[in-house]
Unconditional design. Sequence first.
Length: 302
Amino acid sequence: MSDASAATLRLRVAIPHFFREVEGGSGYGSGRPGQRMARSLALARCLCSLLALRRSRSDAVLHIGDRCIEHWPAQGDRLQRFTALEPEIHLFSDGTHQLNDVLGLFADRIESHTVALDNPRHLPLAARDWLIQSADGADLLLYLEDDLVISDPLFIDKQFWFLERTQHQLVLMPHRIEPTTQAAEARLLVDGPLRPEFLQQFCTPQEQVLRGRFDPDAAEVSFDISSNPHAGCFLISNQQARILQGRTLPQDGFVGPLETAATLTVLAHFPVLKASRLHQRFLQIEHGHPSFLSYLNTFPHR
């Protein structure tokens, strides 16, 4: 994108989707009994949030009096890095264990792929592989678990700015949050520090390794080599995808296949950063099917 402000940014998204209620639970939200409604809401919110990222140079206005459609210039945010954005959403499932009621609502706005696998736990890896091998025609590529919700309208602008600022050498992860309603704190950041003996296999955390000013009228934002690089997603540029196409992508090694696809895919090849503690709201993503809030009542506070 030589002139980003005037160009249309093409965002390609891959989402692995699986839902099957298992007696006793599977350890993941996609398998816990009695969670069909909650999981449906999370998937619908995930897809809606992606579609809401779309931008055009003009908006359509329904002129009721003249029974016609007028066109007004779209009003953008001064911090937008591009005026038009086209998300292209691809959802991957086994064709059977899926939330058809939700998918039917979005059938004309997403592209569904059926993947035949002996082990459905490998579905995230299949979605990731497709995304990286299908970089042609896309500026940015986003891998996203099916219960994550993007509420920040500048989420993609911030990622684009970071990639340009770091010459496509690093990857920026958001802080994953769960809003709370009963705790004193308004939100729980669910990806806190991992055990050092586990993390040292992959990286060495370091605070404030990078600073930059996304908003020219605001303070600089600092970034850390994170003590927990996981966020259930990753976003890379076309250039980075080209690099990964020539590399061997991990099949396991970071908890399980789900976490490996979302995290180790990039962590094995690029330094992974998150916004520092004082700037953690710079880039956040919501875990739309809360799974960690109970720890507020069972873990000691300090």
